[in-house]
Ligand binder design. Structure first.
Ligand code: AMP
Length: 213
């Protein structure tokens, strides 16, 4: 099963992708996580990606596509995967489709987690992340058991640079201009399914599980 998660930044794609990955035992692949890992490790890729990420801009397609195609070629992806944060542009979607086409393969579903902009700005301001293991929380919707501390590894939670208000506004603008056209793109391919992302995470997950079954 190969699934793409679509939706604005902060719509809850990552949370849902985690749940789906667990239920179907397939890897959850987030290009944002791959970039953040590289930034933390100080790699050349991380240094290049950081310049764009800190401003809420997209990392160039060529670099992003290369990283993603490399990742999905790994052994653990043979039974499928769930993509969270990729594709974010039409050229990225086309590059993935071309690669899958060469393998006589295709994406099964593109799930659009639909949340209006007003809700997004509210949500992002409550987002907290673990700088050590990458787990994400929300002070209201997905609070850690102990305030400010990661459930998984005990590190102190932070607000990611790209979750700061100015960057959020920029990310939303970028989303509408460059990523939203993918909704029509996958609708035309008849694999788009939309769920109401304003509901509780559990309800959203039930709606997605119904689609996948
Ligand atoms: P995310 O964690 O998915 O919200 O991604 C955080 C940041 O990483 C984005 O704001 C972009 O700067 C960059 N990024 C992640 N995925 C992509 C992608 N598919 N294409 C371009 N930039 C990306």
């Amino acid at each position: 099963m190969k699934i793409i998660m679509l939706g604005a930044p902060g719509a809850g794609k990552g949370t849902q992708a985690d749940k789906i990955a667990q239920k179907y035992s397939i890897p959850h692949i987030s290009t944002g996580d791959i970039f953040r890992k590289n930034i933390k490790e100080g790699t050349a890729l991380g240094k290049e990606a950081k310049q764009y990420m800190d401003e809420g801009k997209l990392v160039p397609d060529e670099l992003t596509v290369r990283i993603l195609l490399d990742r999905v070629a790994s052994d653990d992806c043979s039974r499928g995967y769930i993509l969270d944060g990729f594709p974010r542009t039409i050229p990225q979607a086309e590059a993935l489709e071309k690669k899958l086409g060469e393998l006589d393969d295709d994406i099964d579903f593109a799930i659009n987690v639909d949340v209006p902009d007003e809700n997004i700005v509210n949500r992002m301001s409550g987002r907290r992340a673990c700088p050590k293991c990458g787990a994400t929380y929300h002070i209201k919707h997905i609070p850690p058991k102990k305030e400010g501390i990661c459930d998984e590894c005990g590190a102190e939670l932070i607000i990611r640079d790209d979750d700061k208000p100015e960057t959020v506004k920029n990310r939303l603008k970028v989303y509408h201009e460059q990523t939203q056209p993918l909704i029509e793109y996958y609708d035309k391919k008849k694999i788009l399914r939309t769920v109401d992302g304003t509901k509780d995470a559990e309800d959203v997950f039930r709606a997605i599980a119904d689609i996948l079954e």
